[in-house]
Design a protein around this ligand. Structure first.
Ligand code: BES
Ligand code: MN
Ligand code: ZN
Length: 488
């Protein structure tokens, strides 16, 4: 869908935001007069109260330029922030994308709000139909352009630039998540990352030989049951001042998680193609930063593996030696994400001087039990970092909720035969997973871990901004956090 900004509305459908409890807005007066008061009549209709998201559609007479007018509830005027405008834009696209009409114009007020509405519209227009070969025309969206109408259209175009970049990041993360696991295996994912050099990222990909030299026995252990080669991809965006320590983003990229020898049950196993959601979030964020030319130094690291049962797969009872030198007794081969991340986190500290490390992973089913699908779980050794990420979550709508870390949880990782085991038992599964990761992060580095297993994908009822299976959680949150913490 093409998005434009203009100071005049010319479209098949014209939409106006109506304040809760109020009459027709100023911008709609002229059209209302030319169509004999149809709009004010609709605005006064009994059930139309202007509540957020409420819509009423008016068929316009042939004498009008537009074919339809839409009144959209905007909620209380004083409470209408950029996120509310995002919802308005998304709701309009959701309702009219398949209407048969090609263009929609929405009257907005400030450049920031117009940009937010455009961002919401873009998120709502997302589709992944790569593998449908028999789509009928009526199953395809008809809407081709959305224009935001306001006096300062040039200002809105400028304000949209970073929003556009961030939502490109979301779309890339969604695409990567949706790709089937026979297509997006580790080397194919790495190739997709390599292609981002065209956007100005510097990319390096390490294969199994290189990782063996680095002693990455934990990551390689997970991948050893797969015929697909494990990969570590490094993406750099150095848009900040020279010599400034980089922020490091680490992602769990398990392209498919069968559980390994500790095989998962059959129902919904196909969802485990999304177990690379952390890596998708990091990759999408790097694209967003490059496209909006962020003034920050950021490095993305993703560990890409496939967790398969096989004659060569790791067994429960195996002891792996991680790159840090610490040994791990594998008690459950389905707790593989932490094994992958332990070596990626170690790499981040050995090869760079991180200003902060944030890792993202679809790490535990337990986080869905704790927080459902509403917030990502946040764990951190640093209150300022945790606060900044929480705030960026509120601002971007990709919210997080902090959970504790502490020595009593760490103790649960004790092994009889090695430095630690890879599971902590039934209690506090997301906390012990985070505790495991913390053992690979030096105490003096600000570190945060986001468990995104509950928010990376979702079946069932969804927000208009999140129309498909994968949400693409991460890029909008991380881009906003980086903007607020490192570019302000
Ligand atoms: N990828 C899963 C976690 C997951 C579960 C993500 C559901 C999304 C939805 C992870 O690798 C895993 O299997 N974790 C185990 C850990 C357990 C064996 C300690 C889990 O959560 O059951
Ligand atoms: Mn697993
Ligand atoms: Zn997993």
């Amino acid at each position: 869908m093409k998005i434009t900004f203009s100071d005049t509305a010319k479209a098949d459908i014209v939409a106006f935001v109506v304040d809760q409890g109020a009459k027709l807005p100023e911008a709609a007066q002229e059209l209302d007069e030319t169509c004999g008061g149809l709009l004010s009549e609709a605005a006064a209709a009994d059930r139309f109260k202007g509540k957020t998201g409420q819509q009423v559609m008016i068929v316009l007479p042939g004498t009008c330029q537009a074919r339809r007018a839409v009144l959209v509830g905007g909620g209380k005027a004083g409470e209408r922030d950029a996120r509310a405008w995002e919802k308005i834009g998304a709701g309009l696209v959701k309702s009219h994308a398949g209407s048969g009409f090609k263009s929609l114009a929405l009257h907005a007020d400030t450049p920031e709000n117009a940009a937010a509405a455009a961002g919401g519209a873009k998120l709502a227009a997302y589709r992944f139909d790569t593998y449908f070969t028999r789509l009928k025309d009526e199953d395809k969206p008809s809407l081709e352009t959305l224009s935001l109408v306001l006096a300062d259209d040039a200002g809105a175009k400028r304000a949209f630039q970073p929003v556009d970049a961030d939502t490109d990041g979301t779309a890339l993360a969604r695409d990567l998540m949706h790709e089937p696991p026979n297509i997006l295996y580790p080397a194919a994912f790495a190739k997709r990352i390599k292609d981002l050099e065209g956007d100005g990222l510097e990319v390096e990909v390490l294969g199994e030989k290189e990782m063996e030299k680095l002693g990455m026995g934990a990551l390689l252990g997970v991948g050893q049951g797969s015929v697909r080669e494990s990969q570590l991809a490094v993406m750099k965006w150095m848009g900040g001042s020279e010599g400034e320590d980089p922020v490091i983003l680490c992602g769990k990229g398990v392209c498919f998680d069968t559980g390994g020898i500790s095989l998962k049950p059959g129902p919904s196993m196909e969802d485990m193609k999304g177990d690379m959601g952390g890596a998708a979030a990091v990759t999408g964020t790097m694209l967003a930063l490059a496209r909006r030319k962020a003034k920050a130094n950021v490095i993305g690291l993703v560990g890409l593996v496939e967790n398969m049962p096989d004659g060569n797969a790791i067994r429960p009872g195996d002891i792996l030696t991680s790159a840090s030198g610490q040994t791990i007794e594998v008690q459950n081969t389905d707790a593989e994400g932490r094994l992958v991340l332990s070596d990626v986190l170690w790499y981040a500290q050995e090869h760079f001087k991180p200003a902060a490390i944030v890792d993202l992973a679809t790490l535990t089913g337990a986080i869905i039990i704790s927080l459902g699908h509403e917030h990502a779980g946040l764990f951190s050794n640093n209150d300022a970092l945790a606060g900044a990420i929480t705030q960026a979550g509120e601002g971007s709508g990709e919210t997080v909720w902090r959970l504790p870390l502490g020595e009593p949880y760490d103790k649960l990782l004790k092994s009889k035969f090695a430095d630690m085991r890879n599971i902590g038992g039934r209690a506090a599964g997301s906390v012990t997973a985070a505790q495991f990761l913390q053992r690979f992060v030096s105490k003096d580095i600000a570190w945060a871990h986001l468990d995104i297993a509950g928010v990376a994908w979702r079946d069932g009822e969804k927000d208009a901004t999140d129309p498909a299976w994968a949400s693409g959680f991460g890029p909008r949150l991380l881009s906003q956090w980086i903007a607020e913490s490192y570019e302000a």
